[in-house]
Design a protein around this ligand. Sequence first.
Ligand code: VGL
Ligand code: ZN
Length: 201
Amino acid sequence: MRDAAHALLVIDVQNDFCPGGALAVPGGDEIVPGINALMDEYAAVILTQDWHPADHLSFASQHPGKAPMEMTEMPYGPQVLWPDHCVQGTGGAAFHPDLNTARADMIIRKGFRREIDSYSAFFENDHATPTGLEGYLRTRGIARLTLVGLATDFCVNYSAVDAARLGFETEVRGDLCRAIDIGGSLDAARTGMAEAGVALV
Ligand code: VGL
Ligand code: ZN
């Protein structure tokens, strides 16, 4: 067991990000046993869940003439357009069936506002609208975070960079993450995380 101020943050281990899902991350399901095994080492376990309305504006289907993986401009900046995924209440939005969700103290949902995507567990993509996770962690006395989950280059990356900027001592377990890797996104994520002071272990 690590110290009481160290939490495990499990990012988006959901069916749609696993093989067979709408936005499958290669090998996404491989990390589930290792994540379960890690849970016992932490005083607190927090899961995040990507949780979009069916007409979410990050979906290419909402932008006539656009295909998944193309870019668009949102009021808050460039946005990748995704296949419809993690729609609220669907099987695709459910956690991988083997993930030990019973061990979780807290589940935080994100991306539920139609107009704005939310990769980070802390702030939506405007980098201003909070999810509430920071307050939860601080009031529980959490100072250190280990991140695992999907996808390395999007939600894990954004969550880890925000965590480090907020002053949490932050590490990412690369062996327990998997990446989408479009247009060099994995290399950019690794560089950005290192620059933000995230330990990649
Ligand atoms: C994610 C793309 C869209 C992720 C979520 O969990 O990394 N990526 N929504
Ligand atoms: Zn999403």
